[in-house]
Design a protein around this ligand. Structure first.
Ligand code: ATP
Ligand code: MG
Length: 260
């Protein structure tokens, strides 16, 4: 049984159909990439997996461990071990970064009973702080970020590093990362990929949405690459597909820039 099973998923935003029959299985610990032209529905899929209220599921289903999650709240989905790293992380003024992470961590640790044995148990605020500092260091962010508000005034690249740092702290069973490499300098792409590799080592699954082969080259594990077009997955292949797309673009798949 796959950890995640997306079955013939049709999704609308207002009255516009965006996803048009997506099928995707991700087994425990598998690493998948989703590529595709701008506007093909990649972020829509990511957002709908975590239950963003703007999107309506018209038909089809999303199963986690064989149970439908489409009626669950975003919180309940997070408690099942799903994590979303946003394409455009929002700034949350007034919410302290370390306070936010400690609350989220505690909530998840309580609910992920089966995973407890794999998670650090924190006795003190200081120990948790050390754990955060270690993870900040993993993504190349300075400890001073802990005393700031969540994402407020972070640069584009800092926001992206911050997303994967949250992922490392929360240790999801499946992380969906929407363009974790966009806007990053070359060293940062490597740092973010290494953070993803650390999560992979814990046995978690990952779905990376990206436009570029570069970040995928750094990943220690990559099981499948999918191409999305017009709200559907139209091709699935191995690691070599991203290199082929980098050289040839999408036209050889019958996709032109004007046929999202
Ligand atoms: N609120 C909305 N109202 C109408 N259309 C929308 C809305 N939100 C998204 N769309 C449309 O849904 C389509 C898919 O968008 P989505 O963000 O999923 O694409 P994407 O594959 O992530 O693209 P990119 O690579 O540019 O990030 C686009 O045509 C977009 O304009
Ligand atoms: Mg997108």
């Amino acid at each position: 049984m796959p950890f995640l099973s997306i079955m013939d998923l049709h999704v609308n935003i207002e009255d516009k159909q965006i996803l048009n029959g997506v099928n995707l299985d991700v087994n425990k610990g598998e690493v998948h990439a989703i590529m595709g032209l701008n506007g093909s529905g990649k972020s829509t899929l990511a957002n709908v997996l975590l239950g963003h209220p703007r999107y309506s599921v018209i038909s089809g289903d999303i199963l986690v461990n064989d149970e439908s999650i489409i009626k669950l709240s975003t919180d309940a989905r997070a408690k099942k071990g799903l994590f979303l790293g946003f394409q455009y992380p929002t700034e949350v003024s007034g919410v302290g970064y370390s306070h936010f992470l400690r609350n989220a961590y505690n909530l998840l640790t309580k609910s992920l009973a089966d995973e407890q044995k794999n998670r650090e148990v924190f006795l003190t605020v200081r120990e948790f702080h050390e754990y955060l500092k270690k993870n900040l260091d993993n993504v190349g962010l300075d400890p001073s970020f802990l005393s700031r508000y969540l994402n407020e005034g972070f640069s584009g690249g800092e926001k992206k590093r911050s997303e994967v740092m949250q992922m490392l702290v929360l240790r999801p069973n499946l992380a969906i990362l929407d363009e974790p490499d966009s806007g990053l300098d070359i060293d940062a792409v490597k740092a973010v990929a290494e953070a993803i590799n650390k999560l992979i080592e814990t046995g978690a699954g990952v779905i990376v949405i990206t436009h570029y082969a570069r970040i995928l080259r750094f990943l220690t594990k990559l099981d499948k690459i999918h191409v999305m077009s017009k709200g559907k997955i139209i091709k699935t292949a191995g690691r070599e597909l991203s290199e082929e797309l980098e050289v040839k673009g999408y036209s050889w798949l019958g996709l032109a820039e004007d046929s999202k």
